[in-house]
Design a protein around this ligand. Structure first.
Ligand code: IMP
Ligand code: MG
Length: 180
């Protein structure tokens, strides 16, 4: 049953599951014989990393970072602050940053620069969603789940004002939800 605040489901639970399995297979092939450290950017990527990790057959380790980008809840400001850093050292390791959505790219650009300075063996990005044509800075993203139109989406980890993260699908909010 669709949540009453959702105008349209753009990615169903089945579609998400199938694509996450493909991404896991790609990573398993590319990193065969190696250990991968998945680094999720909290909180949006929490659901994605949990499902992705279970689709990878090569050894996987998990770590988490939390950042805040100042700005309103629907717009990115590009000013990033690390709220929670990694627990692990990443020097010499195969790091894949797991993102929920690539919008302007400002958050990720900052993070990648920061992580690269810690000298990982490899550093790549996987994003579940990529808003086509929205990037203000170039990000080389090795794995992309879906290209989506420039609409504000929620579900499967993505929120609006901390709501809707638990929806099993990804959908577009009704405009009336923003009006307050
Ligand atoms: P960026 O720095 O503009 O790439 O912003 C990335 C972050 O903004 C994501 O990790 C999300 O937390 C948030 N964000 C961007 N677009 C959306 C959206 O459509 N729905 C929910 N969160 C979004
Ligand atoms: Mg986020």
């Amino acid at each position: 049953m669709t949540h009453p605040d959702i105008k349209e489901i753009i990615l169903t639970e089945e579609t998400l599951r199938a694509r996450v399995a493909e991404l896991g297979a790609d990573i398993s092939r590319d990193y065969a014989g190696e250990t991968v450290l998945l680094v999720a950017v909290l909180r949006g990527a929490a659901l994605f990393i949990a499902d992705l990790a279970r689709e990878i057959t090569t050894p996987v380790e998990l770590d988490f970072m939390a950042v805040s980008s100042y700005g309103s809840s629907t717009k990115s400001s590009g000013v990033v602050r690390i709220l929670k850093d990694l627990d692990e050292m990443i020097e010499g390791r195969n790091v894949i940053v797991v993102e929920d959505i690539l919008d302007t790219g400002l958050t990720l650009k900052y993070l990648l620069k920061n992580l690269a300075s810690r000298k990982p063996k490899t550093l790549e990005v996987i994003t579940l969603l990529n808003k086509e044509g929205k990037q203000r800075v170039p990000i080389s993203c090795k794995y992309t789940g879906f290209l989506i139109p420039d609409e504000f989406v929620v579900g499967y980890g993505l929120d609006y004002a901390e709501k809707y993260r638990n929806l099993p699908y990804i959908g577009i909010l009704k405009p009336s939800v923003y009006a307050d």
